[in-house]
Design a protein around this ligand. Structure first.
Ligand code: SF4
Length: 463
């Protein structure tokens, strides 16, 4: 996929300026998710659960080769065809070959972020196949030709009014249609898609090495249909999605649902053990699992950034992030947005292509508090910032300005002189759109208004 993360400062300012509804929709939805997540964490000994999850993931990542080999053998025992994709190009080739070998014309997709990462939809459409997203949010953004704005809520940036308008224009539903009618309209169209599809594509929340079980969590039932109705099921699974034992699922399934949507468990949990067996009346004839690297090995080999691979893609860090809430995900210019995107994107596609993202944070630490696998996101944001400076990716002017600021703040006479000079500047000079250096930070925010008197002066006056 195209990476436009270096446009983040410009794009985030544009969203704030031109699409104020995005902030409203994203803030409302993420506050709701985050509130429910807190309730669900409080209901159990979440610290103990998080300790467990962190420990299991660290163990898998430290022994990834062993568990990948075990998973491959278990999948093959179950009758699953296993493929290895080093990069996006290889993954596209594998999926295309499977589709061509089976004369696939129609594909249904369950929501999968890794397929967005790999550019699977445009590739299949380029081959003349019809691709239908079946998650309601994904379906809506597919109609709008937009990428997902959130890991688990792809259409989180849209208001009900915008969706009503879209459905009215596309399907002639009443302009004031109730959400239930919109969902029923989509359900009818999608159901026809499931019945006609030759191939279903999914991701995988977890892959159990011990048993070769592919676990998928959802709330709409579309994943179950996408993986069982068509003749062929292809699952795209990142290397980091492994769990050692079947029993690990008991914590991971519930912890992920609690973190993601504030549920005790997803409404549907599918545990896939291979294709339809003799005597069974439903299920796909072929199941393929594509194990995807696409930069993950180099993140694993990174002594500082490897912990990023503990991520279960629950989206809790996005919901907790006051910066993400302002713009939603599109401004980040990469498939993974918010705090996880800011630390994963540099590792997967290079810091030179994503350098503003580690700066898209106030370092408040809310993401770390929310993360079910305790990824030290604030620490990793600083790691990538340090690297940006070391590699000369940050403007020298900005570094000089910070040095000057630090010098002024640590010398009272310089601080007093600076603040007096600031107050003497004409109002126009403090407009955020004209200030040099500061402009990059302040565009999209209210102008600077220095107090007529300093704190010290007010203090001396006894106010
Ligand atoms: S970093 Fe943590 S909170 Fe964010 S998506 Fe990954 S697992 Fe969830």
């Amino acid at each position: 996929m195209q990476v436009k993360a270096n446009d983040y400062p410009k794009e985030s300012a544009r969203v704030l300026r031109e699409e104020p509804g995005v902030r409203e929709s994203v803030t409302a939805a993420t506050l709701n998710f985050d509130g429910k997540r807190r309730q669900m964490y409080a209901e159990v000994d979440s610290e103990e659960w998080r300790d467990f999850a962190e420990g299991v993931k660290n163990h898998v990542l430290s022994n990834l080769g062993t568990y990948l080999t075990q998973a491959e053998a278990a999948l093959q025992r179950n009758g699953v065809q296993v493929h290895w994709a080093e990069d996006a190009e290889a993954a596209q080739r594998i999926v295309a070959d499977i589709a061509k070998a089976n004369q696939v014309q129609r594909v249904v997709k369950a929501k999968t972020m890794v397929s967005e990462e790999l550019g699977i939809n445009p590739m299949l459409e380029g081959l003349g196949m019809e691709v239908l997203e079946t998650d309601l949010g994904e379906y809506i953004i597919q109609l709008l030709d937009q990428p997902p704005s959130h890991i688990i809520g792809p259409a989180i940036h849209l208001s009900l009014e915008q969706i009503r308008k879209l459905f009215h224009e596309r399907f002639d539903t009443p302009p004031e249609a109730a959400p239930e009618l919109l969902a029923a309209t989509a359900r009818k169209l999608l159901r026809e898609g499931f019945l006609k599809a030759d191939m279903g594509i999914s991701g995988g929340n977890f892959l159990v090495a011990e048993t070769g079980t592919l676990a998928l969590i959802e709330n709409e039932g579309n994943i179950r249909l996408s993986t069982s109705a068509p003749r062929i099921h292809v699952a795209l699974v990142g290397l980091e999605k492994l769990l050692p034992r079947f029993s690990d699922l008991s914590v991971f399934l519930s912890l992920t649902a609690r973190a993601a949507t504030g549920q005790r468990l997803g409404t549907f949990v599918s545990l896939i053990q291979g294709p339809r067996r003799a005597g069974e009346s439903d299920g796909p004839e072929e199941v393929h699992v594509v194990l995807v690297d696409n930069g993950r090995s180099s993140v694993l080999a990174d002594r500082e950034a490897w912990e990023t691979l503990r991520c279960v893609r629950c989206g809790a860090c996005l919901n907790a992030c006051p910066v993400y809430r302002q713009t939603g995900g599109h401004a980040y210019g990469y498939v993974y947005s918010g705090p996880i995107g800011a630390i994963l994107a540099p590792g997967l596609v290079g810091l030179e292509n994503t350098k503003p993202l580690p700066y898209a944070s106030s370092l408040c630490g809310a993401c770390f508090q929310a993360c079910p696998v305790r990824i030290p996101i604030p620490k990793l944001l600083l790691t990538w910032r340090n690297r940006a400076v070391e590699q000369g990716l940050q403007p020298q002017l900005e570094a000089a300005a910070i040095k000057g600021y630090a010098a002024a703040m640590t010398r009272p006479w310089a601080y007093n002189l600076g603040s007096r000079a600031l107050r003497m500047l004409p109002k126009e000079a403090l407009d955020n759109t004209v200030l040099p250096v500061v402009k990059a930070w302040t565009e999209g925010r209210a102008g600077i208004k220095p107090s007529p008197k300093s704190f010290r002066e007010l203090w001396d006056e006894g106010i």
